[in-house]
Design a protein around this ligand. Structure first.
Ligand code: MD3
Ligand code: FE
Length: 213
């Protein structure tokens, strides 16, 4: 474990001011994280939410923690309850918090304690168009992103939607920490290419840890 963390810190890749890629940082946690995702999804199943404009998202989502990100015809927001059940979102599994706090520290943001975790599930063809994450109260806190399963191409733009986006390949176990000047950058995910991952099959899972409240 010590060696794993040492190796990942050695290979941290700066992407931009405030953004750092930690290749394979989540690999020592992969079994606990996947068990946690299964437990969360058993209580709050993945679902395709509707955008305010009335479009069904190609990415299926669920949440855990004190708040969950939702979208419907009324807008984008965080809510303590799952609109499908009216019950609170499942608690964040302990391993999630440990991974998020350690990754944030490795990325230059010590003391990060997330209160929300959005879990995205991509199947081949699913994508996320360029957007900013602006529904959180506090932009001083970073967002920690964990990628599992099929590889994806992450699109990382600038502070304007029209800024040219860089393409960053993300693989199983990669973690990215987005904070400081990168926190409000436009970003998205290119349509997922077909493939089969040994643990996850034809899917990519992305967890984003946030301080929403
Ligand atoms: C850069 N998810 O859920 S995570 C999202 O792979 C989201 O599912 C993508 O964008 C995914 O909102 C990308 C990486 C990410 C998350 C937040 C960011 C990159 C970011 C906030 C600012 C800049
Ligand atoms: Fe986002």
């Amino acid at each position: 474990m010590t060696r794993d963390l040492f190796e990942t810190e050695r290979s941290a890749v700066p992407l931009a001011d405030g953004a750092v890629l930690l290749p394979g940082f989540a690999l020592p946690f992969e079994e606990e994280i996947l068990a946690g995702v299964a437990a969360v999804a058993a209580a709050a199943p993945f679902r395709h939410m509707t955008t305010p404009g009335g479009f069904r998202m190609s990415v299926a989502m669920t949440n855990c923690g004190n708040a969950g990100w939702i979208t419907d015809r009324r807008g984008y927001r965080y809510d303590a309850a799952d609109p499908e059940t009216g019950s609170e979102w499942p608690a964040m599994p302990a391993a999630f918090g440990v991974l998020a706090t350690r990754a944030a520290a490795a990325g230059g943001f010590p003391g990060f304690v997330p209160d929300a975790c959005l879990i995205n599930r991509y199947e081949p063809g699913a994508r996320l168009t360029l957007h900013q994450d602006r529904n959180e109260r506090d932009y001083d806190a970073p967002i920690v992103s964990v990628s599992l399963g099929l590889p994806a191409t992450f699109l990382f733009g600038g502070s304007e939607r029209t800024d040219k986006a860089r393409r960053v390949p993300l693989a199983h176990g990669d973690v990215v920490v987005w904070g400081g000047p990168a926190r409000l950058a436009f970003h998205g995910v290119a349509p997922l290419k077909d493939g089969t991952h040994p643990l996850l099959g034809r899917a990519r899972i992305n967890l984003t840890f946030r301080k929403a409240l």
